[in-house]
Design a binder for this molecule. Structure first.
Ligand code: HEC
Length: 289
C-alpha cells in the first residue's frame, strides 16, 4: 500500500467517525431509541395474520386500551369478516350490544341527538367523544385513536450513517414493513425506572422506546398486571405481542388477501412467459434465421 493510499484510508475513517458524532450525541440526549425487531407471522412477502393471535389481541384492546383509546376506523363487523380475527358473528353482535361506548345518532322526531347501542356496521368507539374531552380526561395528554397507529409509527434507523443504505436494501429484499408493530411491542414493554440522570416531569412515565423517553400514558400492562387469556395463560410479553399484531391488522386489514393474490399474479405471469416463449419458438421454427 502506498503512502497516499494509506492517508486516503485514514481520511475516510476520520470523516466517517466525525459524521457519526452528532447521531451518537442525539441518542444520548434521548432522541429515537433503538427498537428491536420481532418475528411476526404476517412479516415478509408471504406472511399471514394468525387468527388466534388477532383474537387474543382484541381481548387486550377490550380489557385495557379501550378505557382511553378509540378504534374508530374498525367496524364491529370487521371482527367476523374473513382475513381478521374471524370471531363468530353472533358473538360480535352480542359484544356490540354491550359495548360500553355508545354511538350518537339522530336527530329524533324532537330534533334531539341520542345515544344508542352500536350495530355491526358501527365503528368501535373509545370513551371520549372528541379530542378536548380526551385531553380533559388525561391530564392534557391526547390518547390517539389506535386504528392506524401501526402504520403511523415506525422504527427510526439508529445505526451508523454508512450502514444505512445497506440496511435499507436489506429491508427491501426481505419485504420489511413491521416497524409499527415492532415499535408498539417495544413501547408496551419499555416502561421502567428512570435512570438517575433523567428528571421526569409531573405525571410522566419513563419509557425506553418512546421518543424523548417521557410518556403521559400510564403503563397499560405490566409484568405483574398483565391480562390472562381464556386458557388461563399470558404474560406481559404475550399481551404486548398480541395487541401489536391486532393493531397491525386494524391498520392493514387486507394484508392476507393482498399477499396471497400477489403470489397468484406471479404464477400467472410465469405461466404467460412460458406460453409466450413456447409460441415464439414454434412460430420461428419454420423460418430460417
Ligand atoms: C389510562 C389511559 C390509557 C390506557 C388504558 C392506554 N393508553 Fe395508550 N396512551 C394514553 C395517553 C394519554 C397517550 C398519549 C401519551 C403522550 O403523548 O405522552 C397514549 C399514547 C399511546 C400510543 C402512542 C405513542 C406514540 O408513539 O405517540 C400508543 C401506541 C398507545 N397509547 C397504545 C396503547 C395500547 C396498545 C394500550 C392497551 C394495551 C393503551 N395504549 C392503553 C393513555 C392510555
Amino acid at each position: 500500500m502506498t503512502k497516499a493510499m494509506k492517508s486516503g484510508f485514514l481520511a475516510v475513517a476520520v470523516l466517517m467517525a466525525a459524521a457519526n458524532l452528532p447521531q451518537t450525541a442525539l441518542a444520548a440526549e434521548g432522541g429515537h431509541a433503538h427498537i428491536e425487531r420481532q418475528t411476526w407471522s404476517f412479516g415478509g412477502f408471504t406472511g399471514q395474520y394468525d387468527k388466534a393471535q388477532l383474537q387474543r389481541g382484541f381481548q387486550i384492546y377490550k380489557d385495557s386500551c379501550v378505557y382511553c383509546h378509540g378504534l374508530k376506523r374498525v367496524r364491529f363487523r370487521n371482527l367476523f369478516e374473513p382475513g381478521g380475527p374471524e370471531f363468530p358473528e353472533d358473538a360480535v353482535k352480542a359484544l356490540a350490544q354491550t359495548w360500553p361506548n355508545k354511538v350518537v345518532d339522530g336527530p329524533n322526531d324532537d330534533g334531539k341527538m341520542f345515544d344508542r347501542e352500536p350495530k355491526p356496521f358501527d365503528p368501535i368507539l373509545g370513551p371520549y367523544k372528541n379530542e378536548k374531552e380526551a385531553r380533559a380526561g388525561q391530564n392534557g395528554a391526547y390518547p390517539p385513536d389506535l386504528s392506524l397507529i401501526a402504520k403511523a409509527r415506525n422504527v427510526e434507523y439508529t445505526g451508523t450513517w454508512w450502514a444505512h443504505p445497506f440496511s435499507m436494501l436489506r429491508d427491501v429484499a426481505t419485504g420489511y414493513q413491521e416497524g409499527g408493530p415492532d415499535y408498539i411491542y417495544a413501547l408496551l414493554t419499555g416502561y421502567g425506572e428512570a435512570p438517575a440522570d433523567v428528571k421526569l416531569a409531573d405525571g410522566m412515565q419513563y419509557n425506553a422506546a418512546f421518543p424523548g423517553h417521557q410518556i403521559a400514558m400510564p403503563p397499560p400492562l405490566a409484568k405483574d398486571a398483565f391480562i390472562k387469556y381464556q386458557d388461563g395463560k399470558g404474560s406481559l410479553d404475550d399481551n404486548a405481542r398480541d395487541i401489536a399484531a391486532f393493531l397491525a391488522w386494524a391498520a392493514d386489514p387486507s394484508l392476507n388477501a393482498r399477499k396471497s393474490t400477489g403470489w397468484l399474479v406471479m404464477l400467472y405471469l410465469l405461466v404467460t412467459t412460458l406460453l409466450l416463449y413456447a409460441g415464439k419458438r414454434t412460430l420461428w421454427s419454420k423460418i430460417p434465421h
